[in-house]
Design a protein around this ligand. Structure first.
Ligand code: H2B
Length: 98
């Protein structure tokens, strides 16, 4: 199931595919800072991510100031990381680079 808590080995493999993301010290969340060229780009990114998050039924914790978006992903239902966090992270990377 996508929303089950991942183990350490699975987390390590998933992190290897996401070089821009940081694993929290307690291994319960991942984070990344996205920098855009202006506010419209940053907010456009957030709008696109919001639609994908709804489809996945998995939602980011994020903080926007001007053209920067700080994202933290975790699965509160399992108090840790699940596949959904990594799916959403990959979607965000794709949308930010496209
Ligand atoms: N988002 C995140 N980030 N973690 C969750 O555990 C989660 C979610 N659970 N979005 C979902 C919604 C759950 O509350 C609903 C009922 O499916």
């Amino acid at each position: 199931m996508a929303r089950t808590k991942m183990g350490e080995a699975e987390i390590e493999v998933a992190m290897a595919g996401l070089p821009e993301w940081n694993l929290a010290g307690d291994h319960r969340s991942i984070s990344r800072r996205f920098n855009f060229s202006n506010f419209n780009r940053a907010f456009g990114f957030m709008t696109q991510v919001a639609m994908e998050a709804e489809k996945l039924d998995h939602h980011p914790e994020w903080f926007n100031v001007y053209k920067t978006v700080d994202v933290k992903l975790n699965t509160h239902d399992v108090d840790g990381l699940s596949e959904l966090d990594f799916q959403l992270a990959r979607i965000m990377d794709r949308l930010a680079s496209g």
